[in-house]
Structure formats: structure tokens, C-alpha cells
Design a protein around this ligand. Structure first.
Ligand SMILES: *[C@@H]1O[C@H](CO)[C@@H](O)[C@H](O)[C@H]1NC(C)=O
Ligand SMILES: *[C@@H]1O[C@H](CO)[C@@H](O)[C@H](O)[C@H]1NC(C)=O
Ligand SMILES: *[C@@H]1O[C@H](CO)[C@@H](O)[C@H](O)[C@H]1NC(C)=O
Ligand SMILES: *[C@@H]1O[C@H](CO)[C@@H](O)[C@H](O)[C@H]1NC(C)=O
Ligand SMILES: CC(=O)N[C@H]1CO[C@H](CO)[C@@H](O)[C@@H]1O
Length: 439
């Protein structure tokens, strides 16, 4: 256990003791606190792996998008988890399940809705990859199976991934992540409800998939937490109209993830833009991009650009990609080096080791009514010793603002009002300032 973990546990303990003494405010909406941890932990991101994983995720989001996003009301396949390999840079969420609480980490996914976790002793051997802990229903007093009549079961049955079992007393599911007849990427089990604990708050009856067998597809955590816009996601089940994260630049630290009344932004620096109704993802209209003194085209409706916490790199579709890349190359004063792993604007790191706007042009994303003037570290990264690359890659389909580009911003998703807001922040200290739960 690291000193940091001890601090978090101590802080939770202090909050637990203090909370009952404080007067309850019947007017205030509930707010919940969670944390996100980058998968790579204390080691640096492996950009070869990150490029591979990010591209897979792009393909996965795009295949879903092309079949469902324009008509999401008919068949909301966003309910279903996306394939996610163990990644150079995805984020896990930390939370507990059961009474008494059992601590787990599972992939935080803004691109899907269903929550599921490795479940029961059998999963220790029947769930691949092994190693991460399973939640044990037999050790919890608040576990219950969901009957076939439950709404979660009906929603998944309409997507043909769940069916009734045990004469209606159980609802079983199986979801295959693989394309075609790939039989090696799936998760299966039965639906259940359980008390989830986020920070100091216990939330009863959260509906989730209790996975009894799985293979590949979601990395090394204990499952997946869907943070999408649909009714099965954790956001919806908390009755939270908003959620917000602040991704730290130091990947070994926890990034705050706040729901409901704790997730709001005020002040002069807040920028807001509408979420596109044409897609189930958190996508917005990117009107144009400023690269130094050049202005290049963005990516508008219907697809727009997707803000995605599960993708590490950033992708632009054509012609936005090529025009921005040309502007970037022509205004960078460093020596260009060979392309690597899909990075097509790579340079020798400056001799003084510092990357500033003297060496690379500024980059500003212009959304509808909102400008994001990016820090250099959000779009130029050291992919190998002495080699720095522009983090944007070419997309044959969807455009994605990945998680490195979102570092050190508070990113607020207002699901009810369909607005995405952001504000520059120091995410390391933001967490420290918020160590006690505001009322
Ligand atoms: C980075 O990931 C690639 C692909 O998985 C692997 O081949 C390579 O050895 C890794 N590099 C390091 C330094 O771990
Ligand atoms: C929705 O899914 C069902 C079952 O898989 C399928 O029969 C139906 O054609 C789909 N509808 C649309 C509009 O894609
Ligand atoms: C629950 O199941 C696990 C795995 O089968 C077993 O090791 C454990 O002892 C059980 N716990 C209880 C409280 O029954
Ligand atoms: C959300 O709202 C539903 C219906 O009003 C209620 O049953 C449930 O307890 C609420 N959940 C939370 C976490 O407040
Ligand atoms: C945006 C889009 O393609 N919407 C389509 C959704 O489906 C209806 C009928 O199924 C079409 O009429 C729309 O054009």
C-alpha cells in the first residue's frame, strides 16, 4: 500500500466519522465522489502500445457509431460494453461493492453504459485475464439477482444479449466483443443489484452484470463501469444529471471523478458547447482548429469529435487531419525525424529538453461557443527517448479527443442539458482542495 492510498483511506475514514454529525440538507441534490487511475500506474505510457490500443478503440467506437448513432433510439447498442484491451493509458475507476464493501477497480468507459464485474469464486479460474479480484456475492448481505422482469433485463433483451433463465427468476447475458465469429472476447453471467460505495457514500440497488466467465476484451481490471448517456450507466443510476473528471498529469496519482451536485463549474474561465444529438457518444461540433497563425477546418455534424476518456491519443478525420498536420509541420522549428506508430509529425527533442511555443506552434480547438487553448504537453509527447511527436493521428472514421489532450482540464458532462463544459485546472491540487466533502 502506498502512502497515497493510506492517505485516501484515512481521509475516507475521517469523512465517515464526521458525516453523521453534520446536518442533512434536504434541498441539496446528492453528489458522489469517485477516483480514476491511469492503467499504466507509475510507469510511463508505452506509446507503441497506446497507439495500438487507441486505434482498436477508435475502430470499436466507429463500428458502433456507423450502425447505431444516427438512430440510437431504435437500437441503443451503446448499452453494450466496448472492447478494451489492456491499455497504454486508459483509466480505471476505484469503487466498492457489497456490504461490507469489497474494493475493486474497473475500466471507466464514457463510450458505453453497462456496468459489470467479475463475480464469485468460480470467476477466479473461468475469467481471463486472471489476477484481478472478483466481487464475491456470498460475502455480501445486500446482493440480489435481478429477475427477468427487471427493466435492465428488458433493455438488454431488446439488444439480443440477454435472456430469461430459471423460470424468470434470473436474467442471463453474454456479450461478445469480437467481430464476426471471434469466440475469444466475451463476458457472460447474470444480472444483479448491489450496494455500491463511492468515496464515503453507499448507493443501494445499483444494477450490474455479475460476470461468471469472460475472455479478453477489457484489460486487467475487475470489469467495466459504463459512464455513457443511456439509462444503464452509472451516471443514470446515480440520478446524476452531471459528472465531471479532472485527469492529472501525474499518472501515478488519482484523478477525481465527481457526480451530481459535486460536478458543476462556475467562473469566467468556463467554456461550454452543446453535445450533438446525432450521436450517443459525448460528441461536439469542432468548427475549426488554430495551429500557430493558421486556421484549419474542424469536424462538424453529424459525427463531430467525441470526448472519450478511454482513448489515449487524439484522432482527426480527413480533411481536418492533413490540413492541421501541414500547418503543424510548417510552423515547428525542430528537426523532423521518421514517423513511428502512426505518429506523422515527430521531431528531435530540443537540446534544452523544454517544449515551448518557441519550438512548436500553439494549438486551439474552436468548438461552438467554446475555445480550448491547449497546453503544449496536451498535444506534443515524448514517444521515445529524445523523440517528441504531435499526438494527433489520422482517423479513417470517427474523430476523438483522447485523454492526454484532456489532462489538466475539468471536463463536465451535463447529460440532462446536453452540454459539455471545460475549464483549465491543476488536477493534482484540485483533488487536494476538495479533500473534504462539501455539503
Ligand atoms: C511497448 O509496447 C510494445 C507493444 O506491446 C512492446 O513490443 C514493447 O516492448 C514495449 N516497450 C517497452 C519499453 O516496454
Ligand atoms: C434492432 O435490433 C433488433 C434485434 O437485434 C433487430 O431485429 C432490428 O432490426 C434492429 N433495428 C434497427 C432499426 O436496427
Ligand atoms: C465465498 O466464496 C468464495 C469462493 O467460492 C469462498 O472462498 C469464500 O469462503 C466464500 N465466503 C463466504 C462468506 O461464504
Ligand atoms: C434515483 O431515483 C430513483 C427513482 O426516483 C430512486 O428509486 C433511487 O433511489 C435514486 N437513486 C439514488 C442513488 O438516489
Ligand atoms: C439521421 C438518420 O439517418 N436518421 C434516420 C433514422 O431512421 C429513420 C427511419 O428508420 C430515417 O428516416 C432517418 O433518416
Amino acid at each position: 500500500m502506498t502512502a497515497h492510498h493510506r492517505l485516501v483511506i484515512l481521509a475516507s475514514f475521517v469523512i465517515c466519522i464526521l458525516l453523521p454529525a453534520l446536518p442533512a440538507d434536504a434541498e441539496s441534490l446528492p453528489g458522489f465522489r469517485g477516483t480514476m487511475i491511469r492503467r499504466t500506474g507509475t510507469t510511463a505510457i508505452n506509446f507503441t502500445q497506446a497507439a495500438r490500443d487507441s486505434y482498436r478503440r477508435l475502430s470499436s467506437l466507429a463500428s458502433r457509431s456507423s450502425t447505431s448513432h444516427l438512430n440510437s433510439s431504435d437500437n441503443n447498442t451503446q448499452r453494450i460494453p466496448l472492447r478494451m484491451d489492456d491499455s497504454g493509458g486508459a483509466y480505471d475507476m476505484e469503487f466498492s461493492m457489497g456490504t461490507p464493501p469489497q474494493k475493486l477497480t474497473a475500466l471507466a468507459d464514457t463510450g458505453s453504459d453497462l456496468i459489470w464485474a467479475k463475480c464469485g469464486g468460480a470467476c477466479t479460474t473461468s475469467c481471463e485475464p486472471q489476477g484481478s479480484p472478483s466481487y464475491l456475492p456470498n460475502a455480501s448481505s445486500t446482493f440480489a439477482k435481478l429477475p427477468c422482469s427487471d427493466r435492465l433485463c428488458s433493455l438488454l433483451r431488446s439488444d439480443s444479449v440477454a435472456w430469461c433463465a430459471a423460470a424468470g427468476a434470473e436474467c442471463d447475458y453474454r456479450y461478445s466483443y469480437g467481430l464476426g465469429d471471434d469466440d475469444h472476447h466475451y463476458t457472460q453471467g447474470f444480472l444483479a443489484r448491489e450496494t455500491f460505495t463511492l468515496g464515503a457514500d453507499a448507493v443501494p440497488s445499483v444494477r450490474f452484470g455479475c460476470t461468471t466467465a469472460s475472455e479478453g476484451g477489457y484489460g486487467s481490471g475487475s470489469g467495466l463501469v459504463g459512464l455513457g448517456r443511456g439509462p444503464l450507466s452509472l451516471v443514470s443510476q446515480l440520478n446524476a444529471s452531471t459528472f465531471m473528471y479532472c485527469l492529472t498529469s501525474d499518472a501515478s496519482k488519482a484523478s477525481p471523478l465527481l457526480f451530481g451536485s459535486l460536478a458543476s463549474l462556475t467562473g469566467a474561465q468556463v467554456q461550454s458547447t452543446g453535445l450533438l444529438a446525432s450521436t450517443t457518444f459525448y460528441a461536439v461540433n469542432l468548427r475549426s482548429i488554430s495551429i500557430g497563425s493558421a486556421t484549419t477546418p474542424g469536424v462538424g455534424e453529424p459525427e463531430g469529435v467525441v470526448f472519450d476518456s478511454g482513448t489515449t491519443l487524439t484522432y482527426l478525420a480527413e480533411p481536418a487531419y492533413s490540413e492541421a498536420k501541414a500547418a503543424f509541420l510548417s510552423q515547428t522549428s525542430l528537426d523532423q525525424v521518421e514517423d513511428t506508430d502512426g505518429f506523422e509529425a515527430c521531431f528531435q527533442k530540443p537540446a534544452n529538453g523544454r517544449l515551448s511555443n518557441a519550438a512548436v506552434p500553439t494549438m486551439v480547438l474552436h468548438f461552438d461557443g467554446a475555445d480550448m487553448a491547449l497546453p503544449v504537453a496536451n498535444y506534443v509527447v515524448e514517444v521515445e527517448d529524445g523523440v517528441v511527436c504531435w499526438i494527433v493521428q489520422r482517423s479513417p472514421s470517427l474523430s476523438i479527443i483522447g485523454n492526454i489532450m484532456q489532462v489538466n482540464y475539468l471536463v463536465l458532462h451535463d447529460v440532462h442539458r446536453s452540454v459539455l463544459s471545460f475549464q483549465p485546472a491543476n488536477c493534482d491540487t484540485y483533488q487536494a482542495n476538495e479533500a473534504s466533502r462539501p455539503l
